[in-house]
Structures are given as C-alpha cells and as structure tokens.
Design a protein around this ligand. Structure first.
Ligand code: TMP
Ligand code: ASP
Length: 254
C-alpha cells in the first residue's frame, strides 16, 4: 500500500501520488483529533465511514454542478481526487449557534441564526487556526477578492444542498467546514471544493432529540462516535445494516 509516493500527511488523511498526472489518492485514517491534536485517539473504522460519507456528498455535489476535487472512490479507505492548490482557509458556514461561535459571542448553543454566516479561519496549526477577515485574506494574498466571491458562493451552494440532504433524513445541519482549492485545466483555473465533508467536519443534530451525530461526541467525551457516524451513513442509505467497518477479525456465527 505504501509503495506510492506520499505527498502529504495530515491529522486525518494521507495524500499519495495518483495513477495519472494531476491526480492524487486521498486515504482516510482512523485517527480522531481535536483541539489541534491535543486530544488524539484511534477510532477503528472511522476512516471507512468518512470515506463513504464524503464520497456520497461529493458525488452529489458534482452531479448538481458544484465543482469538487472528487473523481471516484477506489476502496474502503481511499478515493481518487484531482490535484488542487489548497487555499489555506477553513471556510465555516453556520446555520445554528454552536461551538466557538457560542463561546465567543455568548449565544446559547441551538439558537437559530438570523441568516447563515460564513467565517474564515487561517489554516496554521502552530497558531491554532485563527479566525481572519476578508481583509486579512486579500492583504496577505491567501486569495483574491474574486476568489473570495467564488469561495463564498460555493459555500452557500454547499450549505443549501447539505441542509436539504440532511433534513430529508431527520438531521439538522448546524454548521460545517469546507476547504477549497485552485484547479487548473489547460490555462483555465477554477475554485473547487476539496478535502472532505463528513461528520468530522460538520455538526449534525438529530431533528427530534438534538442528539449529536458528529465529532462533538469525541471532542466532548460523549462516547458513541462510531455508532453516530454509522447512523448518519445508514440514514443516508450508504451502508448496509450489517456492513462492518472495523478491523475486528472473523466472528463466530451464533
Ligand atoms: P467551531 O465551532 O469549533 O468553530 O467549528 C465550526 C465547524 O467547523 C464545526 O462543524 C467543526 C468544523 N471544524 C473543522 O472541521 N475543523 C476545524 O479545525 C474547526 C476549528 C472546525
Ligand atoms: N483543528 C482541530 C484538530 O485538531 C479539529 C477540531 O477540533 O475539529 O483536529
């Protein structure tokens, strides 16, 4: 598996050189991290679930004409993607107050926001991904004003799609994060959605019970992270009831 050249290793994923120029293989690890790696655990099977959930979402985004880096899933843990130049921003879209917004502004978690809010965070682990404004983004050259417009319009389209998708399966999309990249085709460059969209990068609450079905289960030591991700996959119709995602060996048939 590791004969391929490793291009990059992050907290949750590894990128390998792809089979053709301009492609990469994105490998999903089982590592769960939070608070910039201060909290770290291996959750057996998480990578498999995120690979499948992210595939499902990116496939749909491609289908409705929202450009992404995704080409196709290769196996349980890997997908083939287009090589892009990642814009060093975490683009967060919020529909409901939670997490750092609630903390920073003193708004109760669960309060519906008057409208969707887009925020930018500068991707820099050593700085703990500080929030930045469009002024910082353009002044420091991380993206041009035109690129910011494109990123915001992608973020809104992704939010509209995801909100409906999850609502249809009884899940409230509280907030999520995307990353965008520049993809060149001949002389043309366009901004595409990159990275992943999974319960690691979204807040997903059950419509009826408000149960958390996302990485907050891990961040807040609530337990049942894998089960929650599995339930998201099950509701989306991605995984069969008895499909297994863990490494546990063969089991005796009772
Ligand atoms: P926050 O409330 O902690 O700012 O997070 C907002 C959303 O962005 C939440 O769905 C989690 C996601 N997110 C990431 O995926 N990666 C990150 O590094 C951060 C800070 C947030
Ligand atoms: N940036 C965090 C990390 O260390 C992610 C999070 O808390 O969601 O992985």
């Amino acid at each position: 598996m590791n004969r391929r050249r490793r291009i990059y290793e992050g907290k949750g994923k590894i990128l390998y050189e792809g089979p053709e120029p301009g492609t990469l293989v994105q490998h999903f690890k089982d590592d769960a991290t939070a608070f910039n790696n201060k909290k770290h655990e291996i959750i057996d099977g998480k990578g498999v679930l995120n690979n499948r959930i992210s595939e499902y979402i990116f496939e749909h985004l491609n289908t409705i004409g929202i450009p992404t880096h995704f080409i196709r899933r290769l196996n349980m843990r890997e997908q083939l993607i287009r090589e892009v130049e990642i814009i060093p921003l975490e683009v967060v879209v919020r529909n409901v107050a939670a997490g750092s917004l609630s903390k920073r502004l003193g708004i109760d978690e669960g309060t519906a926001l008057p409208r969707s809010i887009i925020e930018f965070y500068y991707k820099a682990d050593e700085l703990d991904d500080p929030m930045v404004s469009e002024e910082h983004v353009t002044a420091f050259g991380w993206a041009t004003p035109q690129e910011i417009d494109d990123i915001m319009s992608l973020a809104i389209r992704v939010n509209d799609f995801l909100t409906g998708l999850f609502l249809g399966v009884g899940i409230r999309l509280v907030d999520f994060k995307i990353e965008c990249g520049r993809h060149w085709e001949n002389e043309m460059m366009r901004i595409v959605v990159a990275d992943e969209i999974s319960p690691d990068s979204c807040r997903l609450w059950d419509i009826e019970t408000n149960d958390k079905m996302d990485k907050d289960r891990f961040r807040r030591d609530l337990g049942g992270m894998l089960e929650a991700y599995q339930e998201v996959a099950r509701r989306l119709g991605i995984m069969n009831e008895n499909e297994t995602v863990t490494h546990s060996g063969p089991r005796l048939v009772q």
